[in-house]
Design a protein around this ligand. Structure first.
Ligand SMILES: Cc1ncc(COP(=O)(O)O)c(C=O)c1O
Length: 568
């Protein structure tokens, strides 16, 4: 079965404990579930839907791409109790920033021995709490904080937070010490009898490549040597957060980017000695795709003003941040009341909508073009990919209980992720970039992949709908790449164009395929296959309409147009 199998029992037990609804039981899949919650239950106003399977998937992706970097998930990003419990049960630990977060992490089953108190300006009472609870690791960046530790938490094992060379978020104005400050800090720690065990850095959220990590790791190596020379037993490097891996709807390229960055980061880690342990604090990576916020439209006025049951004081906080706006904007859709089949993505543009509080400044600038004329009160605006810095930042200004909106858990009990029925990984393959590589042997005739129908795919019936999708992609910050990626990963089938969703997009095709189908449902091994072999399908599976071939030419997607022409 697929790579998430080892975590299936964890997923099932947490899903059971939190009463999660199995999407396999839902007609209409995810959208059907949201509609049912809105229309068949008593759920009114804004509510959240948390998909536990997404969190489990992220943990699995992390441990397959960066197995030697231990996860300390930052509680602040999203402290939903089921999400925290999943992470703890799947082997993750926690980055905490306050006494309250220590409690939340302990309640979720977190082990204080592996927790890290990352705030660099701690309250004395919070340090005492950490010491009493048995938290082992602390991060600091100043002499002042060392003196506080000597008094309130003398046995903490300390990581020194460094500023980063590539600091797009200007975090260095508030956090971190420069390499120049290193000698003084290491000396002061010795004088105060404190133990420094390593270094920490955080490159800022939504890093778009490996390069800020590579630069920071170079500095980390210098600081590790400096600390050893000063007599400290330097053995831990903590790479903070910033990793991104949005869901398919947000960015078709992100998985590829993360895997490429992970490979480079692994290369840089090899330059440290064998005794060095690595950890990281991937927050957005783990939480972003978990949560969808369903926002009720409260009223649509004759003058075009749209009011919603959300607020700038609520869960849409991160929408105004660079980067998040693009990702979340790409995953906004409209679900008309009572008509889930008419669920649609708005066109590109921007629309100010009025937040529910009476603050004049509570206006949310949505990065999509909403048409007031096609909206009605009680329609729903769906914000997918809203699991990072959303509910954890919301407050109840004006008495609207936005910080405690109803949360509905869902999960997907299907073990066949993306149709794969074998263990596999996405890996670099010769000449083709990325591919699906077997992690087990498969005997001739055994099933390898199943075409799961439109539940796991999107179907386009004509050129106009494909062009409409291209227009949506055109607002992506990397629009040209996104459009080419899309055209490269759809294929003609049974009179339709099918867009594959998920990891099966990484499956390459070959004139010497190793899998094939006779029924169009299940693809089986054409010969005995060994572990490490790439799974490749046959080009002749395609039957592309002429307009797709022309579209590929128009968008300069040479490879796809050649393949399409060849096998028509
Ligand atoms: C020290 C530290 N670690 C990790 C994170 C999580 O970052 P991200 O959500 O981008 O992974 C943050 C976010 O602010 C942070 O300050």
């Amino acid at each position: 079965m697929a790579r998430v199998r080892s975590n299936q029992h964890v997923l099932h037990s947490v899903a059971k404990k939190f009463g999660a609804f199995d999407l396999q039981q839902q007609s209409g899949g995810f959208i059907g579930r949201v509609s049912d919650l809105r229309e068949k239950s008593t759920q009114v106003g804004t509510f959240a839907v948390v998909n536990l399977s997404n969190v489990m998937d992220r943990m699995a992706v992390w441990s397959s791409a960066l197995p030697d970097i231990k996860v300390a998930y930052p509680v602040k990003v999203n402290y939903d109790p089921a999400l925290l419990e999943l992470i703890a049960s799947a082997g993750g630990s926690f980055d905490v920033a306050s006494a309250k977060e220590i409690d939340l992490a302990i309640q979720a089953g977190g082990d204080t021995e592996r927790m890290i108190f990352s705030h660099t300006a701690k309250l004395a009472s919070h340090m005492q709490k950490a010491a009493a609870a048995g938290v082992r690791l602390s991060i600091i960046d100043s002499v002042d904080e060392m003196q506080k530790h000597a008094k309130h938490w003398p046995n903490a094992e300390i990581l020194l937070r460094l500023t980063v060379a590539r600091d797009d978020w200007h975090l260095g104005q508030k956090f971190g010490a420069s390499l120049d400050e290193g000698p003084e800090l290491f000396r002061e720690a010795r004088e105060l009898g404190l133990t420094i065990r390593g270094v920490h850095f955080h490159v800022g959220s939504l890093a778009s490549s490996a390069s800020p990590y590579l630069a920071a790791l170079e500095d980390a190596r210098v600081a590790m040597d400096m600390g050893s020379t000063a007599g400290h037993d330097m053995a831990i490097v903590n790479m903070g957060g910033g990793f991104q891996y949005p869901s398919d709807s947000a960015s078709p390229l992100a998985k590829h980017d993360f895997l490429a960055a992970a490979a480079q980061i692994k290369g840089a880690m090899a330059k440290f000695g064998d005794h060095v342990e690595f950890m990281a604090e991937p927050g957005t990576f783990m939480a972003m795709a978990s949560t969808t916020i369903a926002v009720d439209v409260v009223s649509v006025r004759n003058n075009g003003a749209i009011w919603v049951h959300e607020s700038t004081y609520g869960s849409l906080n991160a929408l105004s941040w660079p980067g998040y706006k693009d990702i979340v904007g790409n995953s906004i859709s409209v679900l008309p009341m009572g008509q889930s089949e008419k669920h649609y993505k708005p066109a590109a543009g921007s629309t100010p909508v009025n937040g529910i509080t009476c603050d004049w400044a509570d206006v949310i600038n949505l990065p999509v073009g909403l048409q007031a004329s096609s909206l009605s009160a009680s329609d729903i605006l769906l914000f997918e990919n809203q699991g990072a810095y959303s509910l954890s930042c919301a407050c109840d200004f004006n008495g609207y209980e936005l910080s405690s909106m109803p949360v509905n858990y869902i999960y997907d009990s299907s073990e066949m992720k993306d149709g794969f029925q074998v263990r596999y990984k996405i890996d670099a393959v010769p000449d083709k970039g990325w591919g699906i590589v077997l992690e087990q042997e498969v005997k001739k005739g055994e099933p390898v992949w199943a075409f799961k129908g439109e539940g796991k795919t999107h179907a386009f019936h004509d050129e106009a709908t494909v062009r409409a999708k291209l227009q949506v992609l055109a607002k992506n910050p990397r629009s040209h790449e996104s459009m080419r990626f899309f055209l490269n990963h759809i294929f003609g089938w049974d009179g339709r164009i099918i867009e594959l969703i998920g990891d099966c997009r990484f499956m390459n095709h070959s004139s010497t395929p190793v899998i094939g189908t006779t029924d169009g449902e299940t693809w089986v091994a054409l010969r005995d296959l060994s572990r490490g072999e790439e799974i490749v399908d046959n080009y002749e599976t395609y039957s592309n309409p002429d307009w797709y071939v022309d579209l590929c030419k128009e968008y300069d997607v040479e490879w796809a147009s050649r393949v399409a022409e060849l096998y028509n």
